[in-house]
Write a protein that binds this ligand. Structure first.
Ligand code: 5GP
Ligand code: ZN
Length: 137
């Protein structure tokens, strides 16, 4: 897609610190890492968000994610990792080409210090679940 920096990386027009490439995906180090080895995994075919992406493209990406994550976490001798995808500006998506972050974690690293969990009010969970289910039928 015109003007998309990740498409330009896929095309080789912008250099990347590549860690993996095949016909369907490219994985490279994030230029602004949250931890050493923070890797971005992107489909070669441009799409913006998980829900707009062709399921086949998603499946190809998912099929490679575990192997790439294992390489990242073992190479970094990490204790664990986060896999996350920001979808939409409200969720923190800055680059509008679908990507999954693989973020190596060490015990006690405090990379994410906030996880603002709360509890549903009575009946609220059932109502919300019903609203979501109605869009999946
Ligand atoms: P988002 O906020 O969209 O989920 O994440 C975009 C990520 O892309 C950020 O973590 C940012 O550091 C990374 N990024 C943006 N521009 C470049 C670039 O030119 N090269 C690399 N390697 N990463 C980039
Ligand atoms: Zn793109």
């Amino acid at each position: 897609m015109d003007g998309c920096i990740f498409c330009k990386m896929v095309e080789g027009e912008i250099p990347t610190t590549k860690v993996y490439e095949d016909e369907a995906v490219l994985a490279f180090l994030d230029i602004g890492p949250l931890s050493d080895g923070h890797t971005l995994v992107v489909p070669k075919r441009h799409c913006t968000t998980v829900h707009e992406c062709d399921p086949e493209v998603l499946a190809e990406l998912a099929a490679r994610l575990g192997r790439i994550a294992e390489a990242v976490v073992t190479a970094m001798e990490a204790d664990g990792y986060n896999v996350l995808s920001n979808n939409g500006a409200a969720a923190g998506q800055v680059v509008d080409h679908l990507h999954f972050h693989v973020i190596p974690r060490k015990v006690g690293d405090r990379v994410f210090t906030q996880w603002p969990a709360y509890k549903y009010r009575q009946q609220q969970a059932q109502d919300i679940a019903a609203r979501i289910r109605s869009r999946l039928t």
